[in-house]
Every structure is written in structure tokens, then in C-alpha cells.
Write a protein that binds this ligand. Structure first.
Ligand code: HEC
Ligand code: HEC
Ligand code: HEC
Ligand code: HEC
Length: 113
């Protein structure tokens, strides 16, 4: 009887952990980031496979919460780094370390806007 209830409790924990994981929205497969230098096509799904933790980029998101757009904070008020600085810093620092693209035109490939 005791064993059964322990199993039941463990089962419930596993089930609720699965629910929490399913509740995190992984966001779009790809994102177009408009820029005056040329639009950046960002393969979100491929990057999710390259980076273990969502928080590497979504530094403000809690582990079990769905992240919000960088631009909902960056570029909104003067006390927060601009979107340009936030993106360049986060994207380029990893690319330097892991052989991703670092030249302007390797990212800014799309139409200017
Ligand atoms: C390499 C960086 C990077 C990683 C890793 C990453 N994301 Fe993102 N994510 C972005 C960028 C950039 C955007 C677009 C943000 C914008 O439009 O301001 C985005 C957008 C999103 C959005 C849409 C937000 C909105 O409201 O528009 C969701 C949801 C999201 N990501 C979830 C996740 C989850 C969950 C993970 C981990 C499994 C993850 N992301 C990993 C960079 C990343
Ligand atoms: C809820 C608001 C919020 C969201 C969403 C957010 N940031 Fe930030 N970010 C901040 C604030 C505030 C700072 C400055 C304080 C700090 O370093 O935490 C900051 C700092 C940064 C810095 C350091 C910049 C510097 O000049 O020191 C980087 C890089 C960065 N954010 C990238 C991103 C990226 C990329 C995303 C989206 C994937 C994102 N942030 C989403 C609020 C946010
Ligand atoms: C934590 C590491 C990391 C971060 C952060 C990161 N990238 Fe990457 N990215 C990579 C790696 C590694 C590659 C190269 C993959 C390859 O060549 O196999 C890459 C490749 C790319 C490419 C080439 C096309 C592709 O997807 O293969 C683009 C464009 C790109 N990244 C844009 C971005 C942008 C924009 C950001 C910031 C929002 C960003 N990356 C943040 C690791 C990262
Ligand atoms: C790793 C990819 C990457 C590289 C390399 C890169 N950028 Fe960017 N850049 C971005 C992203 C992502 C944004 C943010 C777009 C947004 O806010 O929607 C951006 C924003 C900008 C902006 C602001 C655009 C605007 O309209 O507000 C300028 C200007 C810019 N980049 C110039 C450059 C120059 C010049 C270089 C080369 C020295 C360069 N970038 C290299 C990804 C990159």
C-alpha cells in the first residue's frame, strides 16, 4: 500500500513536470529582425538546438515561463541598452567563441528597413 502511494506521488510529479515543460512556448521557428543595415533572418529553432539554456539569450525569463521579445524591453527606455547593442553583444560574443558569423553582411542579408 505504502509502495503504491509512493508510486502514485512520483507519477503525479513526473506528470506535472511534463505539463510545465509543455506550457513553455518555444516561439517561432524563424524570426525576421528588421534593421537599417539589412534585415537579419534568425533561425530560432536551429539556435535552440545549439544552445542548452533558453536563458543564454532570454536572460530575463524564468526557467518555466514563456520568454517575451527582446524588443519589449530593449529600445523602450533610455536606461536599458538599445536593441542594437543588446543583439550585437549577445549574438556576436557567442559567434566569436563558436565560429558563427561575425561580419556585418553575414547577418544583415535582407532588405534595408
Ligand atoms: C540564440 C538566442 C536564443 C535562444 C537560445 C532562444 N531564443 Fe527565443 N528568441 C530569440 C530571439 C532573438 C527572438 C526574437 C525576439 C524579438 O523579436 O525581439 C526570440 C523569440 C522567442 C519567442 C517569441 C517572443 C515574442 O513574444 O515575440 C519565444 C516564445 C521564445 N523565443 C522562446 C524560446 C525558448 C522557450 C527557448 C529555449 C528552448 C528559446 N527561445 C531560445 C533568441 C533566442
Ligand atoms: C524584461 C525586460 C528584458 C527583456 C525581455 C530582455 N532584456 Fe536584455 N536587458 C534588460 C535590462 C534591464 C538590461 C540591463 C541590466 C542587465 O544587464 O540586466 C539588459 C541587458 C542586456 C544585455 C547586456 C547589454 C550591455 O550593454 O551590458 C544584453 C546582451 C541583453 N540584455 C540581451 C537581450 C536579448 C538578446 C534579449 C532577448 C532574447 C533580451 N535581452 C531580453 C532587460 C530585458
Ligand atoms: C550561444 C551561441 C550563439 C548565440 C547566442 C547566437 N548564435 Fe547564431 N550561431 C551560433 C553558431 C554556433 C552558428 C554556426 C552554426 C554552424 O555554422 O554550424 C550560428 C549561426 C548563425 C547564423 C548563420 C545561419 C545559421 O543559423 O546557421 C546566423 C544568421 C546567426 N547565427 C544569427 C544569430 C543572431 C541574430 C543571434 C542573436 C539574436 C545569434 N545568432 C546568437 C551560435 C550562437
Ligand atoms: C551576428 C549577427 C550580426 C552581425 C555580425 C552584425 N549585426 Fe547588426 N544587428 C544584428 C541584429 C540581430 C540587430 C537588431 C535588429 C533589430 O533590432 O530588429 C542588428 C542591428 C543593427 C543596427 C541597428 C539597425 C536599426 O535599424 O536600428 C545597425 C546600424 C547594425 N546592426 C549595423 C551592423 C554593422 C555595421 C555590422 C558589422 C560591423 C553588424 N551590424 C554586424 C545582427 C548582427
Amino acid at each position: 500500500m505504502r509502495k503504491m502511494s509512493i508510486l502514485l506521488v512520483v507519477g503525479c510529479l513526473v506528470f506535472s513536470a511534463a505539463l510545465v515543460m509543455a506550457a513553455v512556448n518555444k516561439g517561432p521557428e524563424a524570426v525576421k529582425l528588421p534593421a537599417s543595415m539589412g534585415e537579419v533572418s534568425f533561425d530560432h529553432a536551429a539556435h535552440q538546438g545549439r544552445v542548452a539554456a533558453c536563458q543564454t539569450c532570454h536572460h530575463q525569463a524564468a526557467a518555466e515561463a514563456t520568454p517575451v521579445a527582446c524588443r519589449s524591453c530593449h529600445g523602450v527606455t533610455a536606461d536599458i541598452p538599445t536593441a542594437k547593442d543588446a543583439f550585437h553583444q549577445r549574438c556576436k560574443s557567442c559567434h566569436k567563441a563558436q565560429n558563427g558569423p561575425t561580419k556585418c553582411k553575414e547577418c544583415h542579408r535582407g532588405p534595408k528597413g
